[in-house]
Write a new protein. Structure first.
Ligand code: GLU
Length: 294
């Protein structure tokens, strides 16, 4: 069997925190335990929030963690041509449509419905599902927006995509650490309807997180995607895109999350748990490992 290939794929849109340390170290440990390789991928498609300074700090943090990874590192901002090509292939299937509603319009539509007592479905991240332009904009207004060059998102028609695929999809879920790394895979049924019509790209950005991640995992020959439990449900969307684009399917290993003292998921906006500030406050490697349960 060929060597497993793992990747740690952070976004330099803020400083890395304890949760990233856990993810990076679990990827490194799993690669060693399974005789595999480790790649680092810089997920910097959001060119307004990701900066060269944050990327430099990120590599310093990873070096401090003692992480070793292969060179060269793939930077998503260098790969837009690959995403554009994948997007065009999806557009050719007729399953992608330009969606003109602004975030504020979606919000108003949903709160109006909820004020009437109707519930509106939300995706696993808590965002309301896209209602479809037709539900909100009269056709004439939609055409005017399209003609005036208004901004839009390219969305996947999830219902049609599932009909096109025509079968229940699955992924293989395995353990992320310790003896569980070697346990047999569990077969997880994909539930992509829970996400509704996901965004694949925007007028000025030829990709979204979901699209670039599946394209890169395939291009880089990733066999094992080991990442946080917060991305568990996103795997359903990734499976649909892999199927539509005929991409190879990696195994998935979602790991536990590190919670802050308030019991909530850590966020890059809270500098108290950033690796930089903990390091500056004198935290040692041993203390770090203890804090993240390694
Ligand atoms: N770039 C994503 C993040 O920092 C991780 C993507 C992934 O592992 O699939 O949350």
């Amino acid at each position: 069997m060929s060597k497993p290939v793992f990747r740690f794929a952070p976004s330099p849109n803020g400083h890395l925190h304890l949760g990233h340390a856990l993810s990076a170290l679990l990827n490194a440990r799993a690669a060693v335990a399974l005789g595999g390789r480790l790649l680092v991928r810089v997920e910097d498609i959001d060119q307004t929030r990701c900066t060269p300074e944050l990327e430099r700090d990120m590599f310093q943090d990873l070096a401090w963690l003692g992480l070793r990874w292969e060179q060269p590192v793939v930077r998503q901002s260098d790969c837009f041509a690959f995403y554009r090509e994948a997007l065009e292939r999806l557009q050719d299937t007729g399953l992608v449509y330009p969606a003109y509603l602004t975030r504020a319009e979606i919000k108003t539509f949903v709160s109006d419905r909820e004020a009437e007592g109707a519930s509106w479905p939300r995706d696993p991240d808590g965002a309301p599902l896209y209602p479809g332009d037709a539900a909100v904009l009269i056709e004439e207004k939609r055409e005017r927006r399209a003609a005036s060059g208004a901004s839009f998102a390219l969305r996947l028609d999830m219902k049609k995509a599932q009909e096109r695929i025509g079968k229940q999809l699955f992924w293989e879920e395995l353990g992320a650490e310790g003896p569980a790394l070697f346990e047999p895979a569990r077969k997880i049924a994909v539930d992509a309807s829970a996400w509704g019509d996901v965004v694949l790209a925007r007028k000025d950005t030829p990709t979204s997180y979901h699209l670039s991640v599946v394209v890169d995992d395939a291009r880089q020959g990733i066999t094992d995607v080991l990442r946080g439990q917060d991305l568990y449900h996103a795997t359903s969307v990734h499976r649909v895109l892999q199927e539509l684009l005929a991409l190879p399917v990696p195994r998935y290993r979602h790991h536990r999350l590190i919670l802050g003292d308030d019991g909530r998921k850590l966020s890059k906006s809270n500098s108290d748990t950033s690796l930089r500030s903990l390091r500056a406050a004198g935290m040692t490697h041993a203390q770090l490992r203890k804090r993240i349960g390694l």
